[in-house]
Write a protein that binds this ligand. Structure first.
Ligand code: OGA
Ligand code: MN
Length: 477
């Protein structure tokens, strides 16, 4: 259960102003039902909870009592918890929401009901509902920084960076020193600038200047926000994206400072290793051999079959009018063209794609450490000449990433064609294989004087130090 505990409703012994003037007349009756709800929840007595709901409903129909509405919501909340029932949870969300619409609701009752309503809506994945209710809270308490920050955070969860940034700007009007608002505004702006840079293929000079300005503002906000050490700002994601923004601006030495600080604070595993979803205690180094992983034979078989794999990849590439190779979607590419054809994702075959690469998928299936890797992928990767991929790092330390060279033009050798991982360099060869840990910072360049593309097979192996138990239970990435 991710959700926080349902509120403990103790109007009787806490000095809460939950009761409006009209409800005062029935206050002791309401207190009594509230106590019954508490006790029924402790006894896990569903019938008693239903009973309380019908007692409250009497006061709702008779007098429109907001406190009885709230009591109903709490009872349903406890019932949903007891029964692990989404249907009752939804009823509880609606019941909390009704409190907000009631007549003459005291501020305190409003806040408690609204906060719980939003928390449950988020838990249920009803982000639009969470936005709707939070907007109502903001309208009622227009000077509440916490509510404005909450609204911005929900917009971020929805991936609505434009609304998020507008909302965090309003939060900063309320309190120009809010570190929470600064760091989150930085995050929203950075996402917008990076996504926009990806979408418009050819930016004109003025747009480039604008994108840079947004990124620069993001950097400033991240820095100021993190420096406040406010609750919620010491988050690996802020360091990660601050470093990335600085790198994209060409401010490499400042980026290095950020990664150093992030490593010192334990936000990332080390200066070079920058993943955010980690298992402690795994050996970590940028480059690995098949023997160290314990898959010498398996990976040798894969390598020996490189030509069969290559023909499957080239066949698919040759009929790519259908858009089978999908351009990289994480805004990592700086210049050029980089696309992928996915065969396995999160330990599952992509069935339609495997049907078109049966030999490759058969070979992969024979290596359960790859085929069953729920924190990785298997894919063909194509790059056109003139491609540069920004420095980046994968999300998790639980995998090691293999590249098998399939189509590597002879002229494509040297500093303009290689992969940097940490402070070391790797090069592709036809039928050649290397294995690196992609949670370490890495960067890719590719160019060919003959204007030929490069094609490789990328495959992720479970980290050899993970226990069978963890491989079974870690959430997929
Ligand atoms: C990677 C990566 C790009 C490529 O494998 O993680 O960024 O296709 N590689 O070479
Ligand atoms: Mn990568």
């Amino acid at each position: 259960m991710l959700k926080s505990e349902s509120p403990s409703y103790r109007a009787a012994d806490e000095n809460w102003d939950l009761t409006n003037g009209e409800d005062k007349a029935i206050e002791s009756a309401l207190d009594q039902i509230d106590r019954e709800v508490e006790e029924a929840a402790l006894r896990k007595d569903r019938l008693a909870l239903e009973d309380a709901v019908s007692k409250y409903s009497h006061f709702i129909t008779q007098r429109g009592s907001p406190r009885a509405m709230y009591g109903t919501a709490v009872a349903l909340d406890k019932m949903a918890e007891l029964e692990k029932s989404n249907r009752i949870l939804e009823q509880s969300i609606d019941a909390y929401h009704r409190v907000l619409k009631a007549k003459d609701v005291p501020d305190k009752l409003y806040s408690v009901a609204a906060d719980r309503c939003v928390a449950l809506a988020q838990f249920r994945g009803w982000y639009n509902k969470a936005v709707e209710v939070t907007k109502e809270i903001v309208a009622r308490f227009p000077t509440s920084l916490a509510s404005m920050n909450k609204l911005g955070t929900i917009f971020l969860m929805l991936g609505n960076n434009a609304e998020a940034s507008g909302t965090f700007r309003k939060a900063l009007k309320l309190d120009p020193s809010s570190g929470y608002a600064k760091a989150h505004l930085g995050f929203a702006l950075k996402q917008m600038s990076v996504v926009a840079a990806q979408e418009d293929e050819a930016l004109d000079a003025q747009q480039m200047v604008q994108k840079r300005a947004v990124l620069e503002e993001a950097v400033q906000l991240f820095k100021e926000g993190i420096a406040t050490r406010d609750e919620g700002v010491l988050d690996g994601r802020f360091f990660f994206h601050l470093g990335d923004a600085l790198q994209r601006l060409g401010r490499r030495s400042e980026a290095d400072e950020v990664y150093k600080e992030a490593a010192e604070l334990g936000m990332i595993p080390s200066f070079w290793q920058r993943s955010l979803y980690n298992v402690n205690g795994l050996r970590s180094k940028p480059i690995w051999t098949p023997t160290e992983i314990g898959l010498e034979m398996e990976l040798d078989t894969l390598k020996m079959n490189w030509e069969a794999i290559k023909w499957e990849a080239l066949e698919i590439l040759g009929t790519n009018e259908r858009g089978d190779f999908v351009p990289e979607g994480e805004s990592l590419k700086d210049t050029g063209f980089w696309a992928q054809f996915e065969l396995f994702r999160q330990g599952q075959e992509v069935a339609d794609n495997c049907a078109r690469a049966p030999v490759t998928c058969g070979l992969i299936r024979a290596i359960p450490e790859v085929a069953g890797n729920r924190r990785g992928q298997v894919k063909f990767s194509v790059m056109k000449s003139g491609t540069h991929v920004h420095p980046h790092s994968g999300p998790t330390n639980c995998r090691l990433r293999g590249h098998l060279g399939l189509y590597v033009p002879q002229d494509a050798i040297g500093p303009s064609t290689r992969l940097r991982v940490a402070d070391q360099y790797l090069e592709w060869r036809d039928g050649g294989m290397f294995i690196f840990d992609d949670s370490f910072d890495h960067e890719v360049w590719y160019s060919s004087t003959q204007n030929e593309p490069r094609v490789v097979l990328i495959f992720d192996i479970w980290h050899p130090d993970l226990s069978p138990e963890l491989k079974r239970t870690l959430p997929a990435i």
